[in-house]
Design a binder for this molecule. Structure first.
Ligand code: PRP
Ligand code: URA
Length: 209
């Protein structure tokens, strides 16, 4: 695993919330709340490198130069668990364009199968954020990034909550230019391709399935 293009986002609030969502006895309500906190801190970190443009405005007292976000952002949650991060991100970017890719891992083979796709038109200038809380084998991110690049995306960033070294290596091998932001890099995968120590099945825990 190479460390270039990977940002391990560290923050005491992440440490706290990540511990809550990792605990097996955490219920749906707490899980949702703390998954949302981690997602928001990750986004703040991702967006540190985004450009702004000057903008003249008037406050009730005077004219001044403010700033507005310059980059056009497209967020692509990988269904279904990626929705958890989308809800958090929309608080910061209420008008953001959203594309959807639906993938589900086969429980036996851990291979991701696509069952849904709806994307806006993608341009090379777009900052495309692919969001999915779990980067395990890397199959889901690998397939999603490939299809986004096929549709014209050039500036792709992956944002996940928990990642495994195996998945990071796979993404780095196939998409070396893609930046990865993660709140944790865990030990590895078990024989069912679950992240260890991880947090179990994110989608099931978040949606109370
Ligand atoms: C989970 C998770 C990722 C994928 C990660 O989704 O949300 O999408 O597994 O595994 P990978 O890196 O090995 O591809 P899952 O297929 O369980 O579907 P869900 O989001 O509907 O729960
Ligand atoms: N998907 C999950 O939700 N959890 C894992 O540990 C691996 C894939």
């Amino acid at each position: 695993m190479r460390l270039e293009n990977i940002t391990l986002v560290r923050h005491p609030l992440i440490d706290h919330s990540l511990t809550v969502i990792r605990r097996k006895d955490t219920g749906t309500e707490e899980f949702r709340r703390h998954a949302g906190i981690v997602s928001k801190i990750l986004l703040v970190e991702v967006m540190k490198s985004f450009g702004t443009a000057n903008m003249r405005i008037e406050t009730p007292l005077a004219a001044m130069t403010g700033k507005k976000l310059k980059d056009e952002v497209v967020v692509v949650p990988v269904l279904r668990a990626g929705l958890a991060m989308l809800f958090a991100i929309q608080d910061f970017l209420p008008a953001v364009s959203v594309g959807f890719v639906g993938l589900e891992r086969d429980e036996k083979t851990a291979q991701a199968r696509e069952y849904y796709r709806k994307l806006p038109k993608l341009y090379a200038t777009h900052r495309v954020l692919v969001i999915d809380p779990m980067l395990a084998t890397g199959g889901s991110f690998d397939d999603t990034v490939r299809l986004l690049k096929d549709k014209g995306a050039k500036r792709v960033t992956i944002v996940c909550i928990v990642s495994a070294p195996e998945g990071i290596k796979r993404v780095q091998k196939h998409h070396p230019e893609v930046k990865i932001f993660t709140a944790a890099i865990d030990d590895g995968l078990n024989d069912r391709k679950f992240i260890v120590p991880g947090l179990g099945d994110f989608g099931d825990r978040y949606f109370g399935t």
